[in-house]
Unconditional design. Structure first.
Length: 129
């Protein structure tokens, strides 16, 4: 009795009726009956292509988050507690990219690593965690 996975492999895109084939390169598979790849190289190629888009989204978000962090540190480097909102936005700050939200009875503070900021009408206010 064959498992569904083995049956799928035998009827896959490289199937020619001569047994299971590698999902990546199409070479015949030998060994275990549930084997899906002929080598670790083919397995890595398959998994890397499968998760490429997820990694791209995470890398993009993390890059924006890091850029926000460095902008906040730069704008508030001299010890100030607030700066004009337009100055921060024109420098490339992305207000919708943050780690978490802290809700207080009077306002919402957004966390960017160890910095917390609150966006007001004209100013952005900062505090350390």
């Amino acid at each position: 009795m064959q498992t569904k996975d083995v049956a799928d492999r035998q009827e896959g895109p490289f199937s020619d009726g001569q047994g299971p084939r590698c999902r990546v390169c199409g070479k015949p598979l030998y060994g275990r009956p549930d084997k899906r790849f002929c080598s670790s190289r083919c397995k890595n190629i398959f998994n890397n292509s499968k998760y490429r888009e997820q990694r791209r989204l995470l890398d993009s978000f993390n890059g924006t988050l890091r850029a926000n962090y460095f902008l906040l540190r730069q704008m508030f480097a001299d010890g100030r507690r607030h700066c004009p909102k337009n100055d921060l936005l024109s420098a490339g700050f992305a207000p919708d990219c943050y780690n978490s939200v802290i809700v207080t009875p009077l306002s919402k503070w957004y966390r960017c690593f160890d910095l917390c900021y609150r966006i007001g009408f004209k100013f952005v206010y900062l505090r350390k965690k």
